[in-house]
Design a protein around this ligand. Sequence first.
Ligand code: CP3
Length: 362
Amino acid sequence: MTSLFENALSGRNHAGRPPIWLMRQAGRYMPSYRQLRSTHTIKQMFKTPALIDQVTRMPIDQLGVDAAILFSDILIVYECLGIEWDFVEKQGPVIQRLENPGHIDSLKNRPVEEALFFVKEGIESLVSDIKIPLIGFCGGPFTVASYMIEGGSSKELSKTKKWLYSHPEDFHKLLDKITSLSCDYIKMQEKAGVKAIQLFDSWAGLLGPEDFAEFSLKYLKRLQSSVSVPVILFCRGSSHYYKEMATIKPTGISLDWQANLNAVRRDLGPSMVLQGNLDPAVLYAPQSVIKTKVQFILNDFQNDPSFIFNLGHGVMPDIPLENVQYLVRLIQESATHNTIGSYDNNASGSSTGMASSRAYQV
Ligand code: CP3
């Protein structure tokens, strides 16, 4: 039996409510995550299959979401290129800079099966017994390249743009290299058992329209065609480019909260899967406000067969866990009608039992 999430991805969800999962659903807003994090470095957590497994399950057990997303990071592919990377408290990612276009050829070419074996093992361990679909992911080549060139997060991407405009051929060479390894990486995830792939091109929205097509979309398209599972495209801060994103025909587009979902649905038609787009900051508010804001989206999308409820970006570290649990409950209890068959949402059969109390009919 397919899940609500997979039904929505194929435009056939008639359960009376959308599936829900959240970007950054496993993270620092959870006391259990913070506790684990206090005894491990973030790289240990990303590189140990048992910890990947344990953290990925946290929101299944504590929220009862309809899909899980692999616990990892888009920067993990630097392992293949031999680039040093880490996360520094209060600073974010710190990456060994690629300072000169002439250095592209000196980047390593470690096969993903060797450099990222822990991801494969983490996925295999998860899919062997969770009862909801697991989503794999990968960064957009433009975003992955920009972190290497900037050395970390950057508001303007000035170093990246300087490269791109002064040495476009080298920039394409770098994107090509990242794309090839990322194709291998998502193929490995698909083979290990993920049911969908989400591509995160978080910084591409800073490009103008023709550069967005040339330096971001072109490579996302290549990634997308390397797997046969459904692909969801998320370019944070790029809701103004939803028509451009649709041109590469992903299965779905995930929208940030700046997008007008109704207008996007009208423009892209009923068959494009849409995902989003509650402003995560709403989760700071009293539950009455959360309810009003969720209802606003459900008014038009509760019975949309191709809609997946999500946030417009990730859950922030200081959001109360109770409010995230409340959000998931709101969506799951919104179903207006039941039909035949049964779908057991009890994901890993573990600790809190919250998920098991929410088995419902489709
Ligand atoms: O959604 C999920 O929970 C799946 C796992 C996931 C993480 N990062 C875990 C993570 C995913 C899909 C990402 C994607 C990611 N990582 C993006 C694209 C989405 C976006 O936010 O635009 C980007 C740009 C990154 C790079 C990154 N990773 C940054 C800038 C940071 C520091 C900021 C922060 O939130 O700490 C990270 C760290 C990171 N990635 C953490 C987690 C759980 C926090 C690690 C910790 O300190 O415990």
